[in-house]
Design a protein around this ligand. Structure first.
Ligand SMILES: Cc1ncc(COP(=O)(O)O)c(C=O)c1O
Length: 410
């Protein structure tokens, strides 16, 4: 597939950027709603939304208006001073999450870093030996050294070891393994309620309840990483409210969609966990700036009315995909919650993603064989139908290539 772009952009990146990203051959120029347009004007249905960031699609009129207005007023204020939006946004998140206090960062990994510091500080106050953290195999919590330390995937960690010590990984939903590893040395347990990078795997309610019970028994903090699976995507504010509204974390971290593309990370904590961070123990230059906070407040206003639609559209997608599964035996399972959808294949997904791009559809593949969709929350039935029709075409080609391997080559 040839890149639909001015070659100089690619050449400049190849010459001057760290070569850490394997980009798809596409330069995006603008967006409107659920569609993106490349430099040549070709249109793409965006069912990935910046890997779960562009919750209201692209160029949403209400966000565009507040961004324009705020840019003319105040872009940045240091955390030495107050501004009009951080307090109200913290109140909004506290109300939506059921947690008492909030801190703002700039990304998911930074939010996890803050949570790890809270866990370590909480443990130290009790005993110098209480510093262990329990996490899950196949989890993903970000790329900083702290976040990698609790990420249960060797491929992300191995180049940077040794990382933080005292982290134990257990298989998801394995209650016996969890019980064996959590003890009085455990300071925190960190869970993604739906593992995203790990292949869209929801945790069971029983497992999460057991984690809560063990954290209480051993005076450890329970952290839910809602960076990919939260902030409206499940059809509730946070995925723990869908799983079991009675089971609250001590700390919840969120990021991706919360300011719809302006970088913003959030840590919400109950009073017990919040006590672990005192004056001067943590901070951020950019975190919680007026632009990001104002956009996030506007987003929350819109999200309040969108939640039922997210649930409905999630079911609509899954029904459409279930029809495809009847036709293509290499679709093994369809998983997810709300508008977080994984289609597990028993063939590699990479070529399917490339073919979809060529056909004007943006999705991606995680864990080699899981097609992932994180559509904008404003997606309509018409757009879902279009996405599924394109996917059907692409899967038909994959099926033909399976029967006749030369049919799939380009
Ligand atoms: C569950 C989860 N946690 C943490 C992160 C890291 O977030 P960021 O890339 O904003 O640092 C991600 C990113 O994909 C994620 O999916």
């Amino acid at each position: 597939m040839e890149p639909a772009i001015a070659p100089s952009v690619v050449d400049l990146e190849k010459q001057y950027l760290l070569q850490n990203y394997a980009r798809y051959p596409l330069v995006l120029h603008r967006g409107k709603g659920c569609y993106l347009y490349d430099a040549a004007g070709k249109r793409y249905l965006d069912l990935l939304a910046g890997i779960g960031v562009n919750a209201l699609g692209h160029a949403h009129p209400r966000l565009t208006r507040v961004i324009r207005e705020q840019a003319g007023l105040l872009l940045h204020v240091s955390n030495l001073y107050y501004h009009e939006y951080q307090g109200p946004l913290a109140g909004r998140i506290a109300k939506a999450s059921g947690l008492a206090r909030v801190f703002f960062s700039n990304s998911g990994a930074e939010s996890i870093e803050c949570a790890i510091k809270m866990v370590r500080s909480h443990g130290r106050k009790i005993s110098p030996d209480k510093h262990q953290i329990v996490s899950l195999e196949d989890s993903f919590h970000g790329r900083t050294c702290g976040a990698l330390s609790v990420t249960g995937q060797e491929k992300y960690r191995s180049d940077f070891e040794p990382l933080l010590t005292g982290v134990h990984f257990v298989p998801r939903n394995d209650i016996v393994a969890l019980e064996q590893v959590v003890n009085d040395h455990t300071a925190g347990i960190v869970l993604e309620l739906v593992q995203g990078e790990g292949g869209i795997h929801p945790l069971s309610a029983g497992f999460v309840r057991k984690a809560r019970e063990l954290a209480d028994r051993h005076n450890a903090l329970l952290i839910f990483d809602e960076i990919q699976c939260g902030v409206g995507r499940p059809g509730t504010y946070f995925s723990y409210q869908l799983l079991d509204p009675q089971v609250l974390p001590d700390i919840m971290v969120a990021a991706k969609p919360i300011a719809c593309g302006i970088p913003l990370g959030v840590i919400a904590a109950n009073e017990r966990a919040a006590e672990s961070i005192g004056s001067g123990m943590h901070g951020s230059t950019f975190g919680g700036g007026p632009l990001a906070c104002r956009v996030a407040l506007e987003f929350f206003d819109i999200l309040d009315t969108l939640l039922p639609q997210i649930t409905r559209m999630g079911a609509y997608f899954r029904n459409g995909l279930a029809e495809l599964a009847k036709r293509y035996s290499f679709i093994k399972e369809i998983r997810g919650v709300g508008l977080m959808i994984g289609v597990e294949l028993d063939i590699p997904g990479k070529q399917i993603v490339l073919d979809a791009i060529e056909q004007g559809l943006l999705i991606n593949c995680t864990h080699e064989t899981v097609l992932r969709m994180l559509p904008p929350y404003i997606v309509t039935e018409r757009e879902a139908d279009r996405g599924i029709t394109i996917l059907k075409r692409v899967l038909k080609k994959a099926k033909a290539a399976r029967v006749d391997p030369s049919a799939g080559s380009q």
